[in-house]
Design a protein around this ligand. Structure first.
Ligand code: MTE
Ligand code: MO
Length: 151
């Protein structure tokens, strides 16, 4: 399963998990960052910088927030300054994830455990403005009232 990267400055790219991991300067045992969780992970921010420098040479400002979206359309929008310790878990016991495949985000500095998004398939780096708080939930949830209105 591929992962789509969207970046308003550096452009878009679709990568396999192996290609993502290959680019990562820092590969760690996740229990060092997230006690109680095991497996191999790579750091978000150092990964992002390596990816971006491969895309474009000129220096530019860092994003203000990251939005990740999962297979089940769960998504989280996280201010850049909550992401210093963030990692993506990609392997456990030498195998692809059984829960959270293809990759799972962990945000140790984040405001909520709900930000540990499983099965991430889209990652957006955004520059507009930093949200005051991280937000999360299912995209495009249609309420019963909205359904009734549509008739
Ligand atoms: N893709 C996806 N990731 C998700 C969720 C979800 O519904 N879908 N729920 C979030 C919430 S609200 C919590 S509390 C944690 C629960 O993680 P767990 O399944 O490891 O207990 O996953 C988060 N990641
Ligand atoms: Mo949650």
């Amino acid at each position: 399963m591929n992962i789509e990267i969207f970046d308003e400055q550096a452009g878009n790219e679709t990568l396999t998990v192996a290609a993502l991991v290959n680019l990562a300067p820092s590969d760690i045992a996740i229990e060092q960052r997230v006690p109680g969780v095991f497996g191999r992970a790579f750091e978000l921010k150092s990964w992002y910088r390596a990816w971006r420098s491969r895309r474009q040479t000129e220096q530019s400002a860092e994003p203000k927030r990251m939005t990740v979206e999962a297979v089940d359309e769960f998504q989280a929008v996280i201010p850049w300054d909550q992401l210093d310790q963030a990692v993506f878990l990609y392997e456990q016991d030498g195998q692809p994830l059984k829960k959270g495949f293809p990759i799972r985000l962990y945000v140790p500095d984040g405001s909520s455990e709900c930000l540990n998004v499983k099965s991430v398939v889209k990652i957006r780096f955004e520059y507009g403005s930093s949200p005051e708080e991280a937000t999360y939930g299912f995209k495009n949830v249609v309420t019963l009232d909205e359904l009734k209105l549509k008739k």
